[in-house]
Design a protein around this ligand. Sequence first.
Ligand code: GAL
Length: 710
Amino acid sequence: MHVIVCTLTEGAISSNDDVDPAEGGAVSTPQTLGLERELVPGWSTGTITLGCDYNPEQWDEQTWVDDVQLMRELGVDLVAINIFGWAHVQPTPGEYDFSRLDRIIELLHDAGIKINLGTGTSSPPPWVARVHPETLPQAADGSIAWPGGRQAWCPSSPVFRDLALSLVRAMAERYGSHPALAVWHVSNELGCHNALCYCDVSASAFRDWLRARYGSLDVLNAAWGTAFWSQKYGHWDDVLPPRTTRSAGNPAQLLDFRRFSSDALLDYYRAEAQVLRELSAAPVTTNFMVTAHIQTQDYWSWAPHVDLIANDHYLDHRLADPLAELAFSADLTRGLASGAPWMLMETSTSAVSWQPVNHAKRDGELQRTVLGHVARGADSICFFQWRASRSGAEKFHSALLPHGGTSTEGWRSSVELSAVLDRLSGVVGTRVDSRVAMVFSWEAWWAAEGDSQPSSLMRYLPEAHRYHRALRALGVTVDLVAPGADLSAYDLVLVPTLYTLNDAAVSVIAEAAGRGATVLVTPFSGIVDEHDSIRPGALPGAFSELLGVVIDEFRPLAADDAVTLASGGTGSIWTDALRTLPASSTSSADIVDTFVDGPSHGRPALTRRSVGDGSAWYVATVLDDDSVQSLLRRLCVEARVQVTEVGPDIDLTRRTSAEAAYTFVINHRAEPVVVPVGGYDLVSGETVRADEPVAAGAVRVIVERSDHGD
Ligand code: GAL
């Protein structure tokens, strides 16, 4: 049985009574995570927490009893309930009925299982739309999102908020001090379906947000550049969300609407959290969606408001390299947690049911993907969901307990996974080592992919993924950091397509180079200010001086075009007509590579400028994957960052504490690989030599400098 230790320094929950540190129980030192509350390191557990969503509303009570018994057998520590419970606990407007929720909570509590308690507000019951149709969200073209799915509510609706907060209050009053309560789970995946609402209520909230940001219409008009295209506003009521137009919209309006929409849901989250904190001392969080297909929340601004960073991640087979995206998402989630351990609040044991083709996980893939998250900082692994649904939209989604029950392959994989997690108790609380930072920005993602850009082929996330993927293949772990974050711990700093950033963030990047770091900037970075207005002076405005280059013109490529570089590498999508500043200038760069054909032939393709004790590199095209890798190899040598050439489909990371170091090697390939790490392997329970190949599909977690931690 996994044992949860969850201790708030404020002392409300202390459920670590049955933990024996000699058996791997975490000896916790309270620390500040830069969050509103202090916690013991992350979500502190004696072992890696195993958890799941449970939707018992679908089952009869005898099934609950059987389920809880099986949960104990599997070693489930933490169960998320009431995530979609609203229709059950408030079946009609004037009536709360907690009887079934009471019983399931008691059953779990009696079994020693902790609760991740949903406030239940994610999806309102059908009566909410009938009685309060004004709470339904509207798309940009004015169409209404009707009930019948989930999350059919407008984030800015005061009516919805009142209804939801009444429920939250009732929940907190009833369960806020329950000894089984480990963490509050506000709503669910806020913004998954309803992040952008264009209704009149949202329009009015958007205007309030703009008033607070700009103070006056004059300032707003200047920020949005409304002097162009006759868009100048003379009355606040004329300002609208960026509803469907016949032409391109105003990019600054679009960007602010993105900001507003992220803030509106954050404000909603905070309203729920405030009620919970008034009435309960349990930590409060919500599940983020740090993933390639959701971009609506700026989680850098959300992170300080949760007591524990929790993320939902599912392999996305619509992408070219789903495993590389998993690694990216896990690194970014760790960035949101400021390096502290975090919780994988949802993932799947096998197939999901919302992609065009829902791939089952192959042999061992469950273990490899889960340990991929642990390798990058997760200390808790939870699944959607416990028991596969027989009805409804997710009946083909995998679960810890598949339709066929305990005689299935799926159940056996769940049991094996639980046993492996048990062996990794020592990993809990350790931190991932990295000397490389990548600056990541949701704002740059929104703005770079707006209307009317030089090329719609220039996409933000693929460029960040490309560099991250190449470093993963070089066995180098990357920390994802916010623009403006402290870079002093890093020797190599990557700045992919940071189209918009503010002056403070520019200075931090320049200072990193001056202090000795190697900095690499990739195309379409530093172009505009925070209002999506071109920065004054030579392009790229934010970085021209640091990089010692000027872009005379963007010269993007057609979808099937490529350009050749003197080094033999190729570029696609983008070229800059780049030149270096004259050698006499104080800020001049060396030309490292040149375009030999294409619209920018003869112009520099790669430059390097020495800056203080470090350097600033610029690449003026979207390099092919091999060229990205050779460039990064070179930069790692310059920055004295260790490279281990593991190639694609291998994860190699290290988690350390003062007492121990754990090296994770995950071989996602169908053939054995040699990764030069030997020692005691917690997964197999054997000592392995560094030159012994890691078997096809195998995972090793090598522990050093301590006993075996088990
Ligand atoms: C998440 C959601 C869960 C479930 C899961 C399926 O987006 O929070 O409720 O729908 O996806 O993969």
